[in-house]
Every structure is written in C-alpha cells, then in structure tokens.
Design a protein around this ligand. Structure first.
Ligand SMILES: [Zn+2]
Length: 255
C-alpha cells in the first residue's frame, strides 16, 4: 500500500532486506509521474498495482534519480516513458552490456562493482532464470539542467546536479507541496575501495537543497525527513567533513 505524504504525493516505502528504495508518485489532474522504477520487476509491479488505486488519469512519466541498479531495474516492467539526465543515460548505455546471472554477479564483485549485500539483494528479488536474459535499457526522454512537467494542478521539476553519491544526480521537486525527492544524493560513495564523501560536491549539493522551500524530504533509503531532521543530517555531515578534510567516511550509507 502507498503511504500518503501530503495532498497528491504518495510513497511506497523502502525495504532494507533486499535494499528496495522508496518509490514516489506525484498525482496530477492530467497525469501522474513516478519517481524511480524499483530494484526488480516484482518491486515495480507491486508499486503499479498500489498506484492504480490513487491515480486520477494515466501515469505519464517515470523520473529517474540516478543510474544505480536498485532505481532502474524495474524500468522495463513499468513500461512508462522514462525521463532522466544525459549523464544517467550514458551510464545506462554502459550498463546495457552487463549480464545478471550468478557467474556474472560474482565477476562484478571481483571487479568491485557490487558487494555481497547488493548481490544478495539482487538474488532475493529475482531468480537466476529471470535474470539470465535481463538487460538494462536506456531511457526515453533525456534532459540537461532542468525540466518541468505540468501534471495538472501540480508541477514536477527535475533538477540535474553533481553530487557526492554519483555525478548523475537528479532531484525531483514538487513546489506546490514542498516535497523533494533526493534519491541517494546525500550519501557518499566508494572510491578505491574506501567509502567517503567528496567535501566540495557535498557542500554544493547541501547549498542547492537549502535554496529550495521544502517540508518533506524523501531520501530513497530513509524514512521521510522534515526540515529539522534534514538540517540535523546536514549538520552532522558538515561537522564530520570539516574535521576529516577533503574526504570523510563519517556517515555510512553506501548505496
Ligand atoms: Zn545509489
């Protein structure tokens, strides 16, 4: 079942066990937009079934926050015109060559692409039989900078950013309801086997987020944060990165 965050905005909440991220739904009079496609056809299907109960018109768009597997594997199952940044598209095209059978996942582990937690999550969501022929497909609509959708009495604004998690970071903002979908953007990333934050990118992202008028912050693998909780999170990151220098490993949260 979807959780209602505020008028016209719903969420299928994240699940830790198989690393499912939260999936969002913005319901307009003319049509709706989904935020991220989920980490398996099963996840995507469960979302669509729940979404049918609250949408008014058709589901017109699928906004993608970044290229990581758990946000894009459900794209094909959703079969909704997908929208994302040029940088995300370029990563998805590279990932189109990836194979997902057990032996290939082991190879990805050796190459440092996936860790055990991710491999177990993938196996928990999709049987090997289902993964054998699975390939990542590119998106349908590509933007650079900023793209606004008028969904009918509600607007969705896709904002392209660089960030400490991935260089293809898209925030999805609904100004009328003060809702911001952040994807995984405020997490760090793993570089040369070490988890950490790029301080400059982190500070730029925090500044960009603070410039928006937001009441509900939706981070893909967290519960919904209000402004006070988001500021506490930022404060913690800022203090840790000032103490640690250019790179910090203060906040775990690799995705
Ligand atoms: Zn991610």
């Amino acid at each position: 079942m979807l959780k209602k965050i505020t008028e016209r905005i719903y969420l299928l909440e994240h699940e830790r066990k198989t690393d499912r991220p939260s999936l969002g739904l913005i319901v307009g009079e003319k049509g709706s937009m989904v935020v991220d496609s989920g980490n398996s056809p099963k996840h995507a299907g469960e979302f669509l079934q729940a979404a049918e109960k609250v949408t008014k018109g058709p589901i017109k768009y699928l906004g993608i926050t970044h290229h990581h597997w758990d946000h894009i594997v459900g794209m094909e199952k959703m079969n909704i015109p997908s929208v994302g940044s040029r940088k995300t598209q370029s990563r998805l095209k590279d990932m189109g060559n990836w194979k997902w059978d057990d032996a290939s996942l082991e190879k990805q582990k050796k190459d440092g692409v996936f860790n055990d937690f991710v491999i177990n999550a993938i196996k928990g969501e999709m049987k090997e039989e289902e993964r054998k022929d699975f390939r990542v497909a590119p998106m349908d609509i590509i933007f650079e900078g900023k793209l606004t959708f008028d969904l009918g009495n509600i607007t969705s604004v896709m904002l392209e950013m660089d960030g400490p998690h991935t260089e293809d970071t898209t925030l999805i903002y609904v100004p009328e309801r003060k809702v911001l979908f952040l994807g995984d953007s405020i997490y760090g990333s793993r570089k040369n086997g070490k988890f950490g934050y790029d301080r400059e990118k982190l500070f730029m992202l925090i500044e960009a987020i603070r410039s928006l008028d937001v009441a509900y912050y939706i981070v893909s693998h967290e519960s919904i944060l209000d402004q006070k909780e988001m500021e506490e999170f930022f404060g913690e990151l800022e203090r840790a990165s000032k103490a640690a220098g250019a790179e910090t490993s203060a906040k775990e949260g690799e995705k």
